[in-house]
Design a protein around this ligand. Sequence first.
Ligand SMILES: [Zn+2]
Ligand SMILES: [Zn+2]
Length: 507
Amino acid sequence: MHWSKVIAKEIVDSRRETKHVVATGITPSGAIHVGNLREIIIGDAVHTALRDMGVDAKLIYVADTFDPLRRRYPFLPKDYETQVGKTLSEIPDPEGCHLSYADHFLQPFLDSLELLEIEVEIYRADEMYKSGLYVDVIKEAFLRMDEISRILEDVSGRQMSEDWTPFNPLCDACGRITSAIVTGYDIKKEKAYYECECGNKGVASFAGGGKLAWRVDWAARWKILGVTIEPFGKDHAAPGGSFDSGKRIATEIYNYDAPYPIPFEHIHLKTQSGEGKKAKVTSMSSSKGTNIPVHEIVEAVPPAILKHVIVRVRPDKHIEFNPALPLLYLIDEYEREIGGIGRGIAGEIPYRHLLTLVQIARGEFSILLEVIKRSGYAVHGDDEELEEIRKKAGYAENWLRTYAPPSLKFKLQLDVPTEELKQLSELQKKALGSLAQKIQDGMNAEDWHNRIYDVASATNMETKELFQAIYMALLKKPSGPRAGWLLASLDSEFLRTRFESAAVITG
Ligand SMILES: [Zn+2]
Ligand SMILES: [Zn+2]
């Protein structure tokens, strides 16, 4: 049984709730990258498994837009030094295209979730605070501040400072949420009094005037949103870590059962330079500035495949993800074991074959349809089918542009590559000539394959040399995609003329 089904079953068997909320989320402090996809895709898989069992469940995504900017990241302008400590929802977009800093990084990711076909309810922490959703849990936290402090000390082993409170006021003078100390509070008025490092003394409303310290916030949020299941990075699951403290705060302070935890391992991103024996695989990391933003990968990899990359591995195992050739092997595996990518005809065309077809079509959709038909697929041409083909071809084109190794790329030569053909041996040219004579309309990949072997053996040459000659004549390079597929997708008259002219070229 798939791990997502095992977990879903365990949740249904072990918990008393009959309605389930799977919570995921992020702090949008920078570009959201492929590594961050694991959480939402694990959540989606478990949500789907619950739904399949007939359980009432929903998937939510909470953006921590009310968190402070921790430091000026290298990608930020110098004057953002003055924004450090302010909340992401109140800091201006560094590129000026969205309403806030938080939106700038969050919005492209939310758009990607739509492409990924993940159905999710979105919450923004700043809106939750400002709308008063947190007021009751903040009151409770103030009233039982000492107990919470003791729990945090117990769990983390850290000494809590004398002036610690569970609430971080947002200073109305300097705008920072990291610099003020609570000096008093009024439960009835739902307000806290504070003194800030900047010298300001002020009053903060429980509704948007500040936020709970994060370990308390996490537990409080479970109760507010009714969270019953939560995947999170394994770092939070360490003994004495934030899940341990959250669990105790939830049960002892908020009288709420902590969610079923799904700790998961990281995704190691790999990038490759060079091919074959010279291939060099290196790790990517955000800190080195080598990472893949989610909005980039969702343009180049079909949603089913991106989900497959993640759900095929149990959450407690790390994932190595290399978007170049290794991704293509995964697609092969997916097509073999699970099925085609896309619906109808689109689903029947193997992805590798489509990579060849889109390169032959060179961006012309009408030519693409022609070559698809020529290679043996009955395109009916209704809107839905055309849309599916267009989508799948779009992924293939973007992948070729962004991640494909050079060996998989080619350009069909519309003019005879005279200079290159002069380099062919007499035997190779002769073989191309006799291949031209054996061309018939409607040959499929296998026919071509057999014909090539026949000609090679009749001409008494290595088949490899004939393949080389064919690629040279068509692509101006000595190698290319599977020859049978390539040739079957091309017009037979075009091929006949090309091979005949290659045969008579003289150096
Ligand atoms: Zn923007
Ligand atoms: Zn201040």
